[in-house]
Design a binder for this molecule. Structure first.
Ligand SMILES: [Zn+2]
Length: 311
């Protein structure tokens, strides 16, 4: 696990009642999800970008069980993880407080904002539905199973990929659903809306958990090695950006100078633009979240860079 560079879209059984729904390519807006099966209800991890993807996921769930949806956890506010919440009928949605705040902002942007940047993405059936329940630090679900109570810990360990990331830790089964705290190789992490330093810290924390299986938000099902690789990428960005920051280069000139080296084999290389922008914001001591200069400006430059990379 971890070094696979191509993988299928499939529901993978991790252990009794615990499944990862992994989507092939893992590119922009193609995220993973999860299913934790209880005796009377199910806990779902993340919805998907559009109705077609969500229908495929729900079809896979229904091959396994008819038990109704109990909770739907949104690991963070990004569109691909929340846009089909409304299709998980009956589920109570749960997320971090900051995730819900950002979800409400997404309502004013709607899928049309993103289709301007990502013309290849299908947003049919996508709709923003704010969550029902929020928490600050940690919330535990005790899920009734055939044998015992399953402990599902929802943890916010500070800003990382966004300001409202949550991971799910199942201590008995040694499984972590990471949301986008983990982009597994070959998916490039994207730090623009979080904190570079914060993210490195949270990956350290994840690597220290007593766990064997890590379900990434994008990319193939993984072990600890994927956590180390994502952390290595972020420290690479930090160190390369720091040199240029100290030389007084602006974000875009810094990006042009950075040789991605082994990371040039990863997907979504253009994310270096957003990542360096967030690194500069960290260096200036600004709070986590979208850096000064705003989302539209940085996204526009990032997509311009993507076109340049495509040549
Ligand atoms: Zn995300």
């Amino acid at each position: 696990m971890g070094s696979t560079l191509e993988w299928e879209t499939e529901m993978i059984r991790i252990s009794d009642g615990i499944y990862a729904y992994i989507q092939a390519t893992g590119k922009w807006f193609i995220n993973n999800a999860g299913l934790i099966l209880g005796k009377k209800d199910t806990t779902i991890i993340d919805s998907l970008s559009n109705a077609k993807m969500a229908d495929n996921f729900i079809t896979e769930i229904r091959k396994i069980t008819d038990i109704p949806f109990g909770y739907l956890i949104n690991t963070h506010h990004h569109s691909d993880h929340i846009w089909t919440n409304h299709l998980f009928t009956g589920a109570k949605t749960i997320c971090h407080t900051n995730c819900r705040v950002e979800t409400l902002k997404e309502m004013s942007m709607n899928p049309k904002f993103y289709s301007g940047f990502f013309t290849e993405i299908d947003f049919e059936g996508a709709k923003v539905t704010p969550q029902d329940l929020t928490f600050e630090k940690q919330l535990t679900i005790y899920q009734e199973t055939e044998h015992a109570l399953r402990e599902i810990r929802l943890v916010h360990a500070g800003a990382a990929h966004t300001t409202g990331d949550v991971f799910l830790y199942l201590p008995e089964e040694k499984v972590v659903f990471c949301g986008d705290i983990l982009f597994a190789e070959p998916c490039t992490p994207f730090a623009l809306m979080g904190s570079l330093y914060g993210w490195i810290h949270v990956l350290d924390l994840l690597s220290n958990l007593d766990a064997d299986t890590y379900v990434p938000g994008h990319g193939p099902l993984s072990g600890k090695d994927a956590i180390y690789k994502a952390r290595d990428y972020l420290t690479f960005v930090r160190d390369e950006a720091k040199k240029r920051f100290e030389e007084g280069l602006n974000v875009y000139d810094a990006v042009k100078e950075i040789d991605l080296g082994k990371y040039s084999r990863w997907g979504e290389k253009e994310r270096i633009v957003g990542n360096v922008a967030r690194a500069y914001s960290d260096f200036r001591g600004e709070p986590p979240g979208i850096p000064k200069g705003g989302l539209i400006g940085i996204m526009t430059r990032m997509m311009k860079y993507r076109k340049e990379l495509e040549g």
